[in-house]
Design a protein around this ligand. Sequence first.
Ligand code: KG4
Ligand code: ZN
Length: 374
Amino acid sequence: MDHKSKYILGIETSCDETALALIEARSSDEVFECRIIASLIHSQAELHSPYGGVFPTLAKREHEQHLQPLLDKVLQAQSSDNSNETTTKNNNAIDAIAVTEGPGLEPALWTGISFAEKLGKEWQVPVIPINHMEGHIVGSLLHSDKPDGKWQQLKKLPLPSLALLISGGHTELVHITGDSNQNFHYKIIGSTKDDAVGEAFDKVARMLGLPYPGGPHLSKLADTARQNGIVSTIKLPRPMIHSKNLDFSFSGLKTAVLYTIRNAEKTDNLDDKFKMGLAREFEDSVSETLGSKLNDAIEQTNAQSLIIGGGVSANIELCNKFVEIADKFGISIFIPSKHISGDNALMIALAGALNNNHSQINRPLRANGTKRLS
Ligand code: KG4
Ligand code: ZN
């Protein structure tokens, strides 16, 4: 083991979470280890709630206000940790900064990038641009997300692997190849043609009068329907389930829900029971659609493992479906903890520490709203 460790500061501002994290990482040819010193998230969800979605200029202003106070807390955590003998270093300098460059909302991304570049200059350390989606992939490999300062290795990912990334902004199937946990290559083999799955959850939730972000609320309603044996009288479509490719589409499903609600209003049928049934039917449709594509993708890539990432991976019903599929193929599945499933900076710091993209260091950074994994 090469005991020369590095402190990596992670910064994430791609959407409506301002997040900072600090890890210490060390690696040799065979083993990568890290320990979490701090992982802080300031969520703006409540602030954006009245708009029914993320309002970019408001997100930018909030990020600008919260980055420095969060950094102060992270550096405080590092100081208290420094007396801890588990560290292999004797000063509390930061060795590198990992920052989300995209994808995401560009005004929001720029706040994190500018902040990282300012710190990089001040501390004379490299700034590593990170693809947010890679963060969602590698985050799932942590054994623990606790900032307890304890060294941990990552879970070994059987390769080739397949990641299903499902969030408010993305629905992507990523084929992962490589020769070890420290050297991954990514290829997007399927993505949404229109709305992301989380976006569809949020929009349908809004139609049903649920607060933003509606995904968890809608899921709860669907669960209540299941517990009470309530089924929808209306069957919703399973979009693109029979198409040959691995792409998704959720806007037709969303529109089908809209028409169903309008019809129910006209006939005075839009009561709580109807809403519950519809929420259940919507979740079932998403589950079958994602499940069917995942199934095809495993067959096509001979994947040996599955990673589920992004905020929607907090959905238990969907995860049950993914586990069922993984079991059917006899492959392992990695589902992130709650802290890691949503946007966070721990996954960004980790991606920076693994740094699958060495060549990217020391180039000018640029917010890229549609940055793709490669
Ligand atoms: O990854 P994330 O925190 O932010 C980005 O979009 O990048 O994902 C947030 C999305 C929102 O659309 C939210 O409604 C959805 O994840 N979400 C859920 C659940 N928890 C969060 N959707 C369905 N069921 C859930 N339990
Ligand atoms: Zn995300």
